[in-house]
Design a protein around this ligand. Structure first.
Ligand SMILES: [Zn+2]
Length: 486
């Protein structure tokens, strides 16, 4: 403890003398609580629908950030465009088909598809009634290449029956609830909501031919197919009783639309005075989790606060264009909530830009006061791996209204390892020194209650000033040593 403290003081002394006099505090005057507040309220408004990755709300947020970057004179990261597509795939249901010779049935009204594997191209096959799907029936029926039709007691058990008929060679299964006419409507509504959400992944989706293909259908469709009331169908419990039923030919199809997702990092830069392209990245994720718990999670603290800080920092640094020893990259990432996907994409695709990244300052949730503090503090993350960054933040802190620099989230706690829980990890993984800024967890985290009115904008201004000064010192520093045993 003692040794570490002594070392810290001596480094601080050297840096203070070497670098502090060059710094003009006038740049800090461009950082204001009211402007931070304005950005947070816009980014966390309901119309952005919680900024889910690859959604329209997220694209609106990206548009706003691009406009702000342009206003502040930033240049596009690759000199043509501020948006960097992060290479995700998105897929969503496009069309569902279920017809017989006489009817074209309506999705969600007459039938609903329960599986995730597509049926493309369409298949036409005979439909065979299998009663409740018990072994005593299906062991006596040839299901190979057929569409099975079961009358079941509970839609919750659909997967078990579907798997069993799949093993018997059935290409798909239709299921009706044998007594509750409302059960279909409930399951249909539930799956309609699921179908309306696109799925997102880092790879183009693959579907194995062994996956089951199951539909829930309503009573009236059932009666049309087999020409008799459901009440009499459900009493057919042996294969002898079933064998004389009609076997109508059905055509089924479920088509997915698979495309490269429109999910983008927003990246601008401020050129320094050199031509070697050495750069410091200031990052914050701007995506959030969309709707959850029957409400829009607007993510004011997480992470409209960090995004607002990046915008405000771009404004504050703008007068220093061409004057800093390194370029400054302003990176607002997408896909953080899905697993740091935008930051990984940026850090792992250096071929998409010409920068030589020397350090990363990451901002994730800096607007609130947690239950263990009253005022004037900030948690920093990564200091234990990068002692030189730790020195910088202390030098910077002495040049501002001092905040209590807290280290609690450098320890692995019950919640997890915070070094791995935000975008700084993508740079740390590439041996680039990182420092994360964070104001701590709270009960509104990832709920619709993380709203802009709960943010302390005056304290946030002080934190952003500390981040400005730390970043400024990082641009002036000639080298970072790194220590990566994580
Ligand atoms: Zn976050």
């Amino acid at each position: 403890m003692r040794t570490a403290f002594f070392l810290l003081l001596s480094v601080t002394f050297v840096l203070s003398n070497a670098q502090a006099p060059k710094f003009k505090t006038k740049y800090l005057n461009n950082i204001s609580d009211s402007s931070l507040q304005q950005h947070v309220y816009i980014l966390a408004s309901d119309s952005l629908e919680g900024r889910g990755t690859a959604t329209e709300g997220e694209r609106k947020a990206a548009h706003y950030i691009v406009e702000q970057f342009k206003l502040n004179g930033l240049q596009p990261y690759n000199d043509t465009c501020f948006l960097q597509n992060i290479g995700l795939w998105s897929w969503q249901w496009h069309t569902f088909t279920l017809t017989d010779a006489h009817h074209t049935f309506e999705t969600y009204q007459d039938f609903v598809y329960l599986s995730s594997a597509p049926i493309e191209p369409q298949i036409t096959a005979k439909c065979v009634f299998i009663g409740n799907g018990s072994d005593s029936i299906i062991n006596h029926i040839d299901l190979d290449g057929k569409i099975a039709f079961a009358s079941i007691e509970n839609f919750k058990s659909w997967y078990g029956i579907a798997s069993k008929t799949k093993r018997k060679g059935a290409i798909a299964i239709l299921m009706v609830h044998q007594s509750d006419s409302n059960a279909f409507n409930q399951v249909s509504e539930k799956f309609k909501a699921i179908h309306q959400q696109p799925s997102i992944g880092t790879q183009e989706p693959m579907f194995s031919s062994s996956m089951v293909k199951a539909f829930a259908v309503n009573q009236s469709l059932t009666e049309k197919l087999f020409n008799q009331p459901l009440d009499s169908l459900k009493h057919l419990t042996s294969h002898q009783q079933i064998k004389d039923l009609p076997t109508p030919k059905l055509t089924i199809g479920c088509q997915l639309k698979v495309e490269l997702a429109d999910a983008n990092n927003v990246v601008g830069y401020l050129p320094g005075k050199g031509t070697n392209k050495a750069a410091v990245v200031i990052s914050a994720h701007y995506d959030h989790i969309g709707e959850r718990y029957n409400g829009i999670c607007v993510g004011a603290d997480d992470n409209a606060s960090g995004t607002a800080a990046v915008i405000e920092l771009a404004k504050a640094f703008a007068p220093l264009k061409g004057k800093l020893n390194k370029d400054l990259i302003f990176l607002c990432t997408s896909g953080e909530e899905k697993g740091l996907l935008g930051a990984f994409y940026f850090a792992d695709h250096p071929q998409e830009h010409s920068f030589d990244i020397k350090a990363n300052v990451n901002i994730d949730m800096i607007g609130r006061i947690d239950s263990t503090h009253k005022n004037n503090y900030i948690y920093t993350i990564g200091n234990n791996h990068y002692p030189e960054f730790d020195s910088l933040v202390h030098v910077a802190n002495n040049m501002n209204v001092p905040l209590k620099i807290q280290y609690d989230y450098n320890k692995s706690q019950g919640f997890g390892n915070f070094l791995r829980l935000s975008d700084h990890y993508a740079f740390h993984r590439n041996n680039i020194p990182v420092l994360g800024f964070f104001s701590g967890l709270h009960n509104d985290y990832h709920t619709p209650d993380d709203t802009p009115d709960k943010i302390d904008y005056q304290l946030m201004e002080k934190r952003v000033k500390l981040i400005f000064t730390t970043t400024y010192l990082a641009t002036q520093k000639t080298a970072f040593s790194s220590q990566t045993d994580e």
